[in-house]
Design a protein around this ligand. Structure first.
Ligand SMILES: Nc1nc2c(ncn2[C@@H]2O[C@H](COP(=O)(O)OP(=O)(O)OP(=O)(O)O)[C@@H](O)[C@H]2O)c(=O)[nH]1
Ligand SMILES: [Mg+2]
Length: 461
């Protein structure tokens, strides 16, 4: 990891047309750099923290004025990174912002890596890892509720839950360690039965609640993972376009048009769907289409909910049957498409193949049946195992895995305590559980995991 002695800089606003642009600088030389390149309009002794200054930005190497800017100053530790931070608010535009960044770099700063400002906030102890991750959630959130969950997590809601859990465990561990030191008096120090109960009711039950919150909370942040599947030409892309109300995916009469996964977000009857159009499933020879079918299989496996599209105007074939077999393993809604054409389905298809599935009929071409489709989607999701109760936190997959690990250790600890295993074993399991919890907040997280998390950020964040 780069040294935090460096002063880092990056363009912090999106590239493109906008009213203003910001170059952000953080580190020990931030103020020094500002004093070299910025001339305030009103003469001042020195730059003060938490002030905004109007002035001119100059290139010291040429003496040329670059722009009239607003400079904001934040002295450590009262800043995003807990280091000295300056932000240069200029006019927007890529060329101008690049030039400002270059001047800052010429004065001894280094270009920041993606997420490096937030990484510093983490390394300097201003936020924990759950709060850093919530920053990504905040930027990516698909719904208002997701936004609320992310902003609560930024304020430390999840961090506090984990800390409370750790305190409970530390408490138990302290008693266990005293019992290890004074084995003769173990019975007076603690009751094994009671210790096992406290671990189970105070710790494991709480962790199980957090693991459940993963499924519920992520729906609002990420959307319900909805995958449109079906044989080639069934009208999958047409259906996606209908639901999005835009021409997002290419539609042609040629079977095998879609190869890449096309993903978008849409709200159906108030429910957030992360919806994916996929390549039609069939036996293929071409490389690109093969790859597309492979991707489809992957998305199918991860889906929360399937929209299985069947071309009602044709006889069902092997591909349809294969898809329906897969749909039986998931929450699925069958969409019989092309009802503007005469039906090609046979009576026995309705009775045998489609029995047990919720079915709707639509025409993706004319839009007929679309309202019914939306209602059916909502009904399927509401009645399925997907729990729509609003949780107050949204642990991500990484948190869920660490929680599951931790719960395993605590279960072993409770079992060992009850079964009169040596107290050293109980202590060891409790410590391993604590480490697993520490991975969530970042106390015991490996550098590899940290790199992975912060690489999801954009430049300048
Ligand atoms: N008559 C009629 N034609 C439809 C309907 N829906 C789609 N089509 C036509 O069917 C053809 C295939 O539609 P797509 O939406 O590209 O089908 P797809 O399932 O995405 O196809 P692939 O990506 O190739 O697997 C196009 O010519 C569409 O115009 C419908 O409801 N009625
Ligand atoms: Mg398609």
């Amino acid at each position: 990891m780069p040294s935090d002695e460096d002063t880092i800089a990056a363009i912090a606003t999106p590239i493109g047309q906008a009213g203003i642009g910001i170059v952000r600088v953080s580190g020990p030389r931030a103020y020094g750099i500002a004093e070299k390149i910025f001339t305030p309009q009103n003469s001042i002794q020195r730059l003060q923290s938490h002030r905004l200054y109007l002035g001119r930005l100059n290139d010291p190497s040429s003496g040329e004025m670059i722009d009239e800017v607003l400079l904001s100053c934040m002295k450590a530790p009262r800043s995003y990174t807990r280091e000295d931070v300056i932000e240069i608010n200029s006019h927007s535009g890529y060329v101008l912002l690049s030039k400002i960044l270059q001047v800052v770099l010429d004065q001894g700063a280094r270009q920041a890596e993606p997420g490096e400002f937030t990484l510093r906030a983490f390394l300097n102890g201003r936020i924990d890892l759950t709060q850093a991750e919530a920053v990504v959630d905040l930027l990516n959130s698909k719904t208002d509720r997701g936004l609320t969950l992310a902003s609560r997590q930024i304020k430390g809601s999840f961090r506090r839950e984990i800390e409370a859990l750790r305190l409970k465990v530390v408490d138990i561990l302290a008693k266990v360690e005293v019992a290890i030191d004074f084995p003769e008096e173990e019975a007076e120090i603690l009751s094994r039965e009671n210790t096992a109960d406290i671990i189970k009711e105070g710790v494991i039950t709480a962790i199980e609640g957090l693991v459940r919150a993963h499924g519920e909370g992520r729906i609002w942040v990420d959307g319900i993972n909805t995958v449109i599947v079906g044989r080639v030409n069934a009208g999958k892309s047409s259906l996606l376009n209908r639901l999005l109300n835009e021409e997002r995916a290419i539609v042609t009469h040629i079977p095998g048009t879609t190869r890449d996964i096309i993903e978008s977000t849409v709200t159906v009857e108030g429910l957030p769907l992360k919806i994916m159009d996929t390549a039609g499933l069939r036996k293929v020879k071409g490389e690109a289409e093969k790859m597309g079918v492979y991707l489809t299989e992957q998305k199918l496996a991860e889906a929360d909910f399937l929209l299985a599209v069947i071309d009602r105007s044709r006889l069902m074939n092997k591909d349809d049957h294969k898809i329906l077999a897969k749909a039986r393993l998931k929450k699925a809604l069958i969409v019989l498409n092309k009802i503007d054409l005469p039906s090609g389905l046979q009576e026995k298809d309705h009775e045998e193949v489609l029995s047990g599935f919720p079915v709707v009929e639509i025409s993706a071409l004319t839009g007929q049946g679309l309202d019914g489709l939306k209602k059916a989607i909502a009904a399927c999701i509401m009645e399925s195992h997907i729990d729509m109760t609003v949780s107050h936190i949204a642990p991500n997959l990484r948190h869920k895995q660490a929680l599951t690990h931790a719960a395993g250790f605590f279960r072993n600890a409770a079992h060992s305590a009850r079964e009169h295993a040596p107290m050293e074993i109980v202590a060891l399991e409790l410590k391993s559980g604590l480490d697993a919890l520490g991975e969530i907040t970042g106390e015991t997280t490996s550098e590899e995991v940290l790199d992975n998390i912060f690489s999801q950020f954009c430049l300048g964040k």
